[in-house]
Design a protein around this ligand. Structure first.
Ligand code: DAH
Length: 339
């Protein structure tokens, strides 16, 4: 019996020594100490042992059991420690390695310019309003004092969807929509996409962007218009920018003007950029026509206002000295990366 126990002990300990994984230890535990394990079998055969020897044999069996259990436990700890160390080694991060540069996307020059325009006007207390790109002829033309057969309709080559529905050719229809809501005073800008059936070239595209502006209140004069737009030009193009208003015609404003800014490339001396004139045209503007006010339900005796329309691409091209509008739409990453 003693030899048998010694044999079991040696076998078990050898097997434990040879184990290199936790689940193998578990198999050994079952094989020797489990219900049907070898040591348990020995206990079962105690009935064949002489009664006076039983305590001694029992003690021997228990000692072997304890030794195997201890060895199992120690080996388990060692294996677990080794596994942890290996995991740490696998997951180690070499902080001295050069970092991989993540390429972060950024805004399109149009968006950068728009954000700037918005910031300037929001800073002056304007609200940003959006209008539909698919618009009624009525809003795009009629309510802006451009009746059927008006020559201005031909100037803005229009995409017609039906006889009454167009892709808006300008952001000005948002003026009519806001005025009609009847909440006065109004101080708003409305950026958005507009459409004209133009051929693509360096300065034209069938789809581009405008920012419309509208102010309606009591006692608004042309001086307010000039002051506001001059301030806008200074904030957009630099403190030393001067502005000049040239008389112009728009059906929805009276009087109307175009505003030029001093060329920020040559400071007004005249260069290739401003075609020698020292000035660059950036927007159309004027005092809202009383007829437009009345058509939109505003009492023109009591209220007056001014409006303006800026070509967003024009601003972006000028600001970043880009000489071909097509670059803004081609989405060539080599171009876009520069902003
Ligand atoms: N809608 C005009 C255009 O597309 C620009 C414009 C001019 C807008 C004068 C205005 C304005 O609000 O008052 O050419």
């Amino acid at each position: 019996m003693k030899d048998q126990l010694e044999k079991i002990k040696k076998e078990a300990l050898d097997k434990i020594d040879a184990s290199d994984a936790l689940d193998k230890l578990n198999d050994i535990r079952i094989a020797y100490l489990g219900k049907k394990g070898e040591l348990t079998q020995v206990l079962k055969s105690m009935k064949d042992v002489a009664p006076e020897d039983r305590p001694k044999v029992g003690q021997m069996v228990n000692d072997v059991r304890t030794i195997i259990e201890e060895k199992l436990e120690n080996t388990r700890k060692e294996l677990a420690k080794k596994a942890r160390e290996e995991q740490l080694k696998r997951e180690v991060i070499d902080v001295t390695l050069p970092a991989k540069k993540n390429s972060v996307g950024h805004s399109h020059p149009n968006t950068i310019a728009l954000n700037e325009v918005e910031q300037i006007f929001v800073g002056m207390g304007y609200e940003v309003v959006e209008g539909p790109e698919v618009e009624y002829d009525e809003y795009n033309f009629e309510k802006l004092n451009i009746p059927a057969n008006h020559p201005a309709k031909d100037e803005q080559d229009t995409f017609y969807i039906t006889k009454d529905i167009v892709l808006r050719t300008q952001t000005s229809p948002v003026q009519a929509r806001v005025m009609e809501q009847g909440k006065l005073p109004i101080r708003m800008i409305s950026p958005g996409r507009v459409f004209r059936s133009d051929e693509v070239d360096a300065t034209h595209s069938p789809s581009f962007h405008q920012v419309e502006g509208l102010v309606i209140d009591k006692h608004i004069t042309f001086a307010d218009l000039k002051g506001t737009l001059a301030e806008f030009a200074r904030e957009m193009f630099g403190e030393n920018t001067k502005v000049k208003f040239r008389p112009h015609h728009f059906p929805f404003t009276e009087p109307s003007a175009e505003m030029d800014v001093t060329c920020f490339k040559c400071g007004g001396k005249g260069c290739r950029f401003c075609k020698g004139s020292g000035w660059i045209e950036i927007l159309g503007c004027g005092m809202v026509h009383p007829h437009v006010l009345e058509m939109c339900g505003i009492d023109a005796e009591e209220y007056s206002g001014f409006a303006f329309g800026v070509g967003l691409e024009r601003i972006a091209l000028l600001k970043y000295e880009i000489d071909d509008m097509r670059l803004l739409y081609e989405n060539d990453i080599r171009f876009l990366k520069q902003f």
